[in-house]
Design a protein around this ligand. Structure first.
Ligand SMILES: NC(=O)N[C@@H](CC(=O)O)C(=O)O
Ligand SMILES: [Zn+2]
Ligand SMILES: [Zn+2]
Length: 427
C-alpha cells in the first residue's frame, strides 16, 4: 500500500495517509508502514473538492467545454467530484438524455454526478429510473438554456423528487421582480441593476415555502446575496455560494465588462462582504463554482446579447486557500475544507467522499500554502481559457488524487494528467 507521508491536515495535525489498492483510505496515522507515494514534508493535504454545480456543456456545446477539458480543469484545481447541470442540448430531462450524457461523462478524469432537469417536456418516469445525483438546477427564471418553469410545475417536481428521495437544487430568481427600467442602459452594471437582489430574495422565500409540506430536500444554488442566504437557511434549506460572488462585486464590472455577466449577477461590495462574513461564521453550507464557460467570442457582445456565466472550477479552491492563508481574513483551512468537501458530501449523501478518513475514497489534494501563483486564464485548462479572476493570487494543487489515482500531478515541475479515471458517484 502507498503512503503520503508527513502531510499537514487542515486542522493542523501532521499525519501519514495510507491508500489501499482499492483506492480507499486505509489509515490516517503516524509512522505508517508502506511504500512512500510522496513525502509531503509539511505541505497541506485536503479532501478533494466536491463541486456540486458545473456546466460541462456536453452534449450540445462541445466548443465551450467537454467532459474531458472540464474535468482536466477540475483536477488541476483540486476538484475530485463534479456535478453536471441539465441545461445542455438536449436538456437532461428524460432517461434517454441522461444515458446519452452519462456515455460522454465516461471521458471524465474525476468522479461525477449527473442532475436531472425539469421542463414542460420532461419525462419524470424515465428520469427517476436513472441514478440522478439531484433534481436541478430547477430554473425558477430563465438562464442559459431558457429552462425557466412556473410554480405549479415546480411543486410537481418537488413532490416527485421527495417520492424518489432525491434532493432538489434550485436556481432562485423571480423574473417578475427584474427591473425593466435597467433595459435602457447598456453598460455592464445594467445586468446587476436588472436582475435585482430582491428578485433573488423573494424567489428563495417562495421556493422554500412551496417546498414546505412536500417533504423535498431543497438546496438553493448560487445564492448571491446575504438576504438570499438567510432566506434559504431560515426556510430549512441548504445553500451554496460561488467564488465569483465571494471575490467579485459590481465594482469590478467596469474592468470585466460582459465577462462579468452571470446569473444571478454580481452584487454590491457591501453584499459581497456580507457573504464573506457568512462564509466565515458557518452560515453558508457549500461553495460551488457554477462553472459556466462560454467562448471569448460569445462573450464579446452587448450586455443584453452576451451569454451569462463564468468559468470557475479550476480557481475555486486556489482562491479560497489563498484567502485562508491571508491573515487579514478570518477564513480558516478547516472552514475551506468543510464548505468544499465535507458539507457537500453530507448534504448530498456521499458517505464515500468529503473527508480524509479511514474507509473513504482517497480523493486528495496536496498544496503548498506558502506558494501563491497569479491566476492566468491562458494557463487554465478549460476550453474557454479566460477567467474573471485574472491576476488574483491562488494556491494551486501540486497533485490531485481520485480514488488513489494520481489524475493530476506537477510535483516534478511539468504537468501531467491521467487520461480517464472518473466514475458516476451514484452507481
Ligand atoms: N449562471 C449562469 O450565468 N449561467 C449558467 C446557467 C445557470 O447556472 O443559471 C450557464 O449554464 O451558462
Ligand atoms: Zn443557475
Ligand atoms: Zn448553473
Amino acid at each position: 500500500m502507498r503512503v503520503i507521508r508527513n502531510a499537514e491536515l487542515a486542522d493542523g495535525r501532521t499525519r501519514d495517509v495510507r491508500i489501499a489498492d482499492d483506492g480507499r483510505i486505509d489509515a490516517v496515522g503516524e509512522d505508517l508502514d508502506g511504500e512512500t507515494l510522496v513525502d509531503a514534508d509539511g505541505m497541506l493535504l485536503l479532501p478533494g473538492m466536491v463541486d456540486v454545480h458545473v456546466h460541462f456543456r456536453q452534449p450540445g456545446d462541445a466548443h465551450k467545454e467537454t467532459w474531458s477539458s472540464g474535468s482536466r480543469s477540475a483536477a488541476a484545481g483540486g476538484v475530485t467530484t463534479v456535478v453536471d447541470q441539465p441545461n445542455t442540448d438536449p436538456p437532461t430531462t428524460t432517461g434517454e438524455a441522461f444515458d446519452a450524457k452519462e456515455d460522454l461523462a465516461r471521458n471524465a478524469l474525476v468522479d461525477y454526478g449527473i442532475n436531472g432537469g425539469v421542463t414542460e417536456e420532461w419525462d419524470p418516469d424515465s428520469l427517476f429510473e436513472r441514478p440522478l445525483f439531484a433534481l436541478g438546477e430547477v430554473f425558477l427564471a430563465d438562464s442559459t438554456g431558457d429552462m425557466g418553469i412556473d410554480t405549479e410545475l415546480f411543486e410537481t417536481a418537488l413532490e416527485r423528487a421527495a417520492d424518489a428521495d432525491v434532493p432538489v437544487t434550485v436556481h432562485a430568481e423571480d423574473a417578475d421582480l427584474f427591473d425593466e427600467g435597467a433595459r435602457e442602459r447598456d453598460d455592464a452594471d445594467a445586468w446587476s441593476a436588472y436582475r435585482t437582489a430582491e428578485a433573488e430574495q423573494i424567489a428563495v422565500e417562495d421556493a422554500v415555502a412551496v417546498a414546505d409540506g412536500t417533504g423535498a430536500q431543497v438546496h438553493v444554488a448560487h445564492t448571491s446575496t446575504p438576504e438570499g442566504v438567510d432566506a434559504a437557511k431560515d426556510g430549512g434549506a441548504t445553500c451554496e455560494v460561488t467564488p465569483h460572488h465571494l471575490f467579485l462585486s459590481r465594482d469590478d464590472l467596469d474592468a470585466l465588462g460582459t465577462f462579468g455577466r452571470m446569473n444571478p449577477p454580481l452584487r454590491s461590495e457591501e453584499r459581497r462582504a456580507a457573504l464573506v462574513e457568512r462564509l466565515v461564521d458557518g452560515t453558508i453550507d457549500v461553495v460551488a463554482t457554477d462553472h459556466a464557460p462560454h467562448t471569448r467570442e460569445e462573450k464579446q457582445a452587448s450586455i443584453w446579447d452576451a451569454p451569462s456565466g463564468v468559468p470557475g472550477v479550476e480557481t475555486a479552491l486556489p482562491l479560497l486557500l489563498a484567502a485562508a492563508r491571508d491573515d487579514d481574513t478570518a477564513l480558516t483551512f478547516e472552514r475551506v475544507r468543510d464548505v468544499t468537501a465535507a458539507n457537500p458530501a453530507d448534504i448530498f449523501g456521499l458517505p464515500q467522499k468529503g473527508r480524509i478518513e479511514e474507509g473513504r475514497d482517497a480523493d486528495l489534494v496536496l498544496v503548498d500554502p506558502d506558494e501563491t501563483e497569479p491566476i492566468r486564464g491562458e494557463r487554465l485548462h478549460s476550453k474557454c481559457s479566460w477567467t474573471p479572476f485574472e491576476g488574483f493570487e491562488g494556491v494551486f494543487p501540486k497533485t490531485t488524487l481520485v480514488r488513489g489515482n494520481r489524475v493530476y500531478d506537477r510535483l516534478g515541475g511539468a504537468e501531467s494528467f491521467l487520461p480517464t479515471a472518473g466514475q458516476n458517484v451514484r452507481r
